[in-house]
Design a protein around this ligand. Structure first.
Ligand SMILES: *Cc1c(COP(=O)(O)O)cnc(C)c1O
Length: 465
């Protein structure tokens, strides 16, 4: 047995080899659920017979040192380097090629049969899968620690395909009053017409006991679906507790984790069964491509994929490539936005012209504790209420020089919006109140501009109210 100090003497080439194998493992189909907390088990899996010459103690030492590829590294390499995906694309290019073909050919009938029987990996038709899209799916799976991922043409497409696949006609879905507005409308109006019952739980009113009551009173619920953090109030659901309550009744849990990004939160590691994103936001990260994704076990994703194949929401390979490229810097971008948002939230909270700040990173937030137990960063979106009326708040928004007045979030450029004007202009006061929107409410999505510049801009605009 080699002494444990050997590890520090492993030549850098050998470390590179180990890291490469780790990446390989993270992307191999035989690898099921990667667990960040079980590096030793992971390493046992990834060292194979040809490593017999290397000592067990060294493997475990590497495991104890927690040398699991980090999110920063996975965002750059997963799905691309040393994987089947790269082979399928068939070039030595560092950048993943965009495979624009819509159909794939077979050398002869035996070749086709081998594909159908799963003995040969290839693609058949672009609506069912594409080599560039598969690279993206594998990269997202590695980041979410999921077995499988489906990438779709928009976040809404991922949501609709998931809901249709997992809630049967005449079934029952439980969600919250604060899930993404279009998802809420789809559940209420369109699924309602399919005879699907929906129960909306109020997050503020002892949500866990309401959820327990609903689950106890109905045996037809198949899915719990919710956002965490929510938009625009940044409320956080206790995903572990919800998963425990739901799993007792055999109910699946799906979390829209868009506002967190896979850098700040990994719902599957907290017990959720599915995680979905509007990849339009932090994943693509440049306000230039619309896309969505859903990650889960192979079994669940194949169910969603079957619906998706019929709905026809395939993403174009060009758009998929733009997200692959965007993902490479996601960790850096998200960390920059987290930092700026937290500093700004603290500064705004202490500012005399601010009434209230909504941000889970603030100790004053009712969601701070739960965020700390399940997130590694609080995200780049901060909402706040200015001490002003509708027009005073508009003056603040109009005085800002750096952010764009625009909807959406998660890109390099900071965006600002006043929901009373952006989404609720012309709506009645009752309608606004129902949605918790006040005239002085502002949602800020911090980009990656320098903190000091954004700070100075916001402070000068507050002076203009
Ligand atoms: C934007 C968004 C969606 C919808 O995604 P699209 O890509 O616009 O279809 C869903 N959920 C959340 C939380 C979002 O912010």
């Amino acid at each position: 047995m080699a002494p444990s100090t050997t590890l520090t003497k492993i030549p850098s080439l050998q470390i590179q080899r180990q890291q490469r194998r780790l990446l390989q493992l993270l992307n191999s189909p035989k690898h099921k659920r990667v667990s960040a907390s079980l590096p030793a088990a992971l390493l046992q899996d990834f060292f194979t017979a040809d490593d017999a010459a290397e000592t067990t103690s060294r493997h475990q030492k590497v495991g104890e040192a927690g040398r699991r590829a980090s999110d920063e590294t996975l965002a750059v390499h997963a799905g691309e380097k040393f994987t089947d995906g790269a082979d399928a694309v068939g070039t030595d290019s560092i950048a993943t090629p965009v495979v624009s073909g819509t159909t794939h050919w077979f050398k002869n009938s035996e070749d086709l049969i081998a594909f159908k029987e799963g003995r040969r990996q290839s693609f058949e038709y672009g609506r069912y899968g594409n080599p560039t899209v598969k690279v993206l799916e594998d990269k997202i799976s590695a980041l979410e620690q999921a077995e499988a991922t489906l990438v779709t043409s928009s976040g809404m497409n991922a949501i609709v395909a998931t809901l249709l696949a997992l809630v049967p006609p005449g079934g029952h879905i439980v969600t919250t009053t604060e899930c993404y507005s279009e998802a809420r409308a789809f559940i209420c109006d369109r699924m309602g017409k399919m005879g699907i019952r929906s129960t909306f739980i109020d997050i503020d009113q002892d949500m866990e006991s309401s959820l327990k009551d609903v689950l106890d009173q109905s045996d037809d619920v198949t899915l719990f679906y919710a956002d965490s953090p929510t938009n625009p109030m940044l409320k956080c659901l206790d995903i572990r507790q919800i998963a425990e309550l739901c799993h007792r009744k055999g109910v699946l849990v799906c979390i829209d984790s868009t506002l967190a990004s896979p850098i700040n939160q990994k719902p599957l590691t907290l017990g959720a069964d599915l995680v979905l994103h509007s990849a339009t936001k932090y994943m693509a990260g440049h306000h230039d491509v619309i896309a969505g994704c859903v990650s889960a076990s192979e079994v669940l994703i194949s169910k969603v994929r079957a619906w998706h194949n019929d709905l026809g929401g395939a993403i174009s390979p060009n758009a998929a490539y733009m997200i692959i490229r965007g993902l490479k810097t996601m960790a850096l971008r998200v960390e920059a936005s987290n930092r700026t948002a937290l500093l700004m939230a603290r500064l705004l909270e202490a500012h005399p012209k601010i009434e209230r700040v909504h941000y889970p990173g603030l100790e004053s937030s009712p969601w701070h504790h739960v965020a700390n137990t399940q997130m590694t960063g609080y995200g780049g979106v901060v909402s706040f209420e200015v001490k002003a009326d509708l027009h005073g708040t508009m003056r603040f928004i109009d005085a800002l020089e750096i952010p764009f007045i625009a909807t959406s979030l998660g890109g390099c450029e900071s965006l600002v919006q006043q929901p009373a004007v952006m989404s609720f202009w012309g709506h009645t006061d009752a309608d606004k109140a129902n949605n918790g929107i006040r005239d002085n409410f502002v949602r800020f999505s911090f980009g990656i501009e320098k903190f000091e510049d954004l700070r100075d801009d916001i402070l000068q605009a507050l002076d203009r109210i």
